[in-house]
Design a protein around this ligand. Structure first.
Ligand SMILES: Cc1ncc(COP(=O)(O)O)c(C=O)c1O
Length: 423
């Protein structure tokens, strides 16, 4: 099977003939992935932020089975169903009260496309066709579809590969005021400049709140977010908050924008929405935005085949119930303190530039780019699954990880980074 995979199946951002041997996972349970040879390794990645409750969770399995026995899917055009209605009720309840409308889609990237469409249509329907650009932060990441790519960091965000076909947007410098740093107005100057010079053509600002993920794993000050909100209001520009990675407790708040006590005009969620069981995302917005879109009898122009897939919605309902009835704040706090304490050891290694931790996210930034052909087997030999990128070795484990399992992960990071520094 692995031979077939190697010859025919494409994997994320990878050559068609993979450079390193691929691991075959046969099952997963709790925080462990079981490989074909029976080895069980601790997952430090939560399958890219999503598997917050771990794998093979009885409550989520039961919700999926129950929904399967009713209906796995039904079209959402002209029809509706209880799993979607319940999920919408919960999401609108746990997010800012100004958010009153919700659009379900099938992946994070698509929820960003929908958010961008909402922003463009909001202005266009009201007769303002000059607001066609989005202002976003350098080092941001919002997905891989065309609209989403056009707001990702222009350097790391694949713009060069799609030169000439991406919508040209506006970028300001990446957040410079780190999480605990004292605020200074200089940190907002570039954003303010880009906004004041271009606001007439800007439909919305898009950002990842507090933590920039795939664009660099950077953790920035809530005060920056607060200032962004104020300036968006001042310059009459919508604010899209992309909580696809940060949502559902990962940063220590249910949603990271809560750190700044602000509300988005448009909010994207995905990834952990189903506890990582399947692909589902949502774009939420306010009455004001929806009414703007629907001016002159317009409607939001999007409608995926698998919109609000009942199976995914049922699992999302079970996942949210599990999360909201669990002591997730304490769990994330305790992961945070353990990560702070244990990853700090990495700072003694010369190759380590910085260690950053927020909530259940731990980042070890190196002074040089990682080499996956060295690191992947080294981590597996240590009994853990860690997938570094650029110069970043980072983990965001499932919230249910035990102290011992987390120590196993952090010790493995120390040892692998130490070995890597010697090659
Ligand atoms: C902040 C953010 N936005 C959007 C996406 C895209 O989500 P998906 O991969 O589900 O399309 C990601 C995925 O990593 C993300 O981290």
């Amino acid at each position: 099977m692995k031979e077939f995979d190697k010859e025919h199946i494409l994997h994320p951002y990878a050559p068609s003939t993979p450079l390193a041997d691929m691991q075959l996972v046969v099952r997963a349970s709790g925080v462990k992935l079981e490989l074909e040879d029976g080895r069980k390794i601790i997952d430090g990645m939560s399958s890219w932020w999503s598997v917050i409750h771990g794998y093979n969770v009885p409550e989520l399995n039961a919700a999926a089975s129950e929904q399967l026995s009713k209906m796995s899917h039904v079209m959402f055009g002209g029809l509706t169903h209880e799993p979607a209605i319940k999920l919408a009720q919960t999401l609108l309840e746990i997010t800012d009260k100004s958010l009153e409308h919700i659009f379900f889609s099938d992946s994070g990237s698509v929820s960003v496309e929908v958010a961008l469409k909402m922003a463009y249509q909001y202005w266009n329907s009201q007769g303002n066709s000059t607001k066609t650009k989005i202002l976003s932060f350098s080092k941001g990441y919002h997905g891989d579809t065309f609209g989403a790519m056009s707001v990702c960091d222009p350097v790391t965000g694949m713009h060069s590969a799609f030169e000439g076909v991406l919508h040209k947007n506006i970028f300001c410098e990446a957040p410079q005021c780190m999480f605990d740093e004292e605020w200074d107005e200089k940190y907002i100057e570039d954003f303010k400049l880009k906004l004041s010079e271009n606001h007439k053509s800007i439909a919305a600002v898009i950002l990842e709140p507090i933590v920039q993920g795939a664009g660099g794993m950077r953790i920035y000050s809530p005060l920056l977010l607060k200032r962004v909100r104020e300036l968006c209001d001042e310059y009459n520009v919508l604010l899209i908050i992309d909580e696809i990675a940060t949502g559902f407790g990962r940063t220590g708040k249910l949603f990271a924008y809560e750190y700044a006590n602000i509300a988005p005009d448009i909010l994207c969620v995905g990834k952990a929405l189903t506890g990582g069981y399947m692909s589902l995302a949502a774009t939420l917005t306010s009455k004001k935005v929806m009414q703007g879109i629907e001016t002159n009898k317009n409607v939001l122009m999007h409608g995926p085949t698998f919109m609000a897939n009942p199976l995914a919605c049922a699992v999302a309902n079970a996942s949210l119930e599990l999360l909201l009835n669990s002591p997730w704040q304490e769990r994330v706090k305790s992961i945070e303190s353990q990560l702070r304490e244990e990853l700090a050891e990495c700072e003694s290694l010369e190759i380590v530039k910085e260690v950053r931790v927020l909530g259940a996210i731990g980042v070890v930034e190196l002074t040089k780019e990682v080499d996956l052909s060295f690191m992947t087997p080294a981590f597996i030999q240590e009994g853990v699954w860690v997938r570094p990128f650029l110069n970043l070795v980072y983990i965001m484990p499932p919230f249910v990880i035990s102290q011992d399992e987390l120590s196993h992960l952090t010790a493995a990071i120390f040892r692998v980074v130490e070995k890597f520094s010697k090659i």
